[in-house]
Structure formats: structure tokens, C-alpha cells
Design a protein. Sequence first.
Length: 208
Amino acid sequence: MSILLLAGSPAIPSNSSRLLLHIGDLLAARGHRHSRLHIRDLPPRALLHGDSEESTIRRALAAVAAADALVIATPVYKAAYSGALKAFLDLLPQNGLANKYILPIATAGSQSHLLALDYALRPVLQALEAKQVLTSVFCTTHQLQWNDDAGLNLAPTIAARVQSGVEELSGLLRHARSGGASVHAVGPHALPARSLRDHPYNANSQAA
Ligand SMILES: Cc1cc2nc3c(=O)[nH]c(=O)nc-3n(C[C@H](O)[C@H](O)[C@H](O)COP(=O)(O)O)c2cc1C
């Protein structure tokens, strides 16, 4: 079954994207294939104009449609999720998350907006008819450290929370597969999974 890692930060490098890619690696280690979609890579004009017919946007929407599960990452911006993510979610059809499991994750500057995912993002995911929105993962910048040599270092509580989110999602997908749920192909635009370290989101400056 296919998983789409959806990165909702407009920033690079990006804490939430690093955490997302780490989760992707953990899922891959459990035998789940995944593809990635970074909203910041979509054409901004088409995104802001809500142009779902633009070719790159169409491929992105097809990637969502093809996925059995999405891990959706966002920074907390102004006590909610990113506007870039909202612009993309607004392009989905009303039932655009039907039959999909969703694991939401966020990074934030502090614990002040701990509930941002639950009060802001979760209702939108449910309005899009997600099959199940898993318990979210919320991580402050103090709980997540990046080192170019050592990679991502998570505080023990976050590492445990991430582990349990990954195991829950993995278990749901295995259960769905054993129950004969449909298997979707990954869209033609989808990038193959690469290791966390290799990804340009981990560079200190934007890759060419
Ligand atoms: C425009 C902007 C607004 C932010 N608003 C909040 C906020 O309301 N609450 C908070 O805890 N952190 C806030 N932050 C901090 C980010 O959530 C935090 O740095 C996060 O890790 C960024 O993730 P990213 O690197 O994936 O974009 C804000 C950062 C920016 C740039």
C-alpha cells in the first residue's frame, strides 16, 4: 500500500520536513513504500489561484488520490498550520481524503500552540472525509536537533511518540492490506524515496 509524505512548509531547510523524512525512513524500514510531495515545489501562482488544471498541480492531486495513507507535515504558523498547506488542501475535492489514513505532524517554536493540529488541521482533514486521522505528533524546535554529520536527533519523548505513530500507521496499513483493501499505484510524478541525509531539505541552503 502506498504512503504519500506531504511536506507543508514553505521553508528550506525545514524542521517539519526533516521530521517527515525521518518518519518516511522508519516506514520504509517496516517495508512500506512511499513517495514525497513538497508543497513548496508546486507552482506558487497556480497554487494561489486555485488552478487545479495546471499540470504540476494535477500530478500532485493525483498523487494524493493514489495514496492509501498520508503523513502530513506542517510548521505551526500563527497558531495554526501553514498557509501553503491550506492552499493545497483547498484544491482537493470535497471527499479528497476518503479511504485514507492520515498521520499529522507539526513542528513549532514552543508548546504554546500544542493543540494547533487538533483544532485547526484535524477538522479540515475530517471534512475531506479522511478514513482515520491518527494521533498527531507535535514537536518543538528544542526537541528536534539537526547536525549535518549526525542527522536528526529527537528528544526521547518525541522519538517515542514518532515510533508509536509509525507503528500505528504501519499496523493499520497491514490490516487494510490483509483485508483486501485496494492498492493504488504511485503517481508518475512521485519521487522515489531517498535517504534522509541525501535530501536537499537537509542542506543549509537551497539545492539547485
Ligand atoms: C511565519 C512564522 C510563524 C510562526 N508562528 C508560530 C506560532 O504561532 N507558534 C509557534 O509555536 N511557532 C511558530 N513559528 C515557529 C515555527 O513553527 C517553527 O520554527 C517550526 O519548526 C518551523 O518549521 P519549518 O522549519 O518546517 O518551517 C512560526 C514561524 C514562522 C516563520
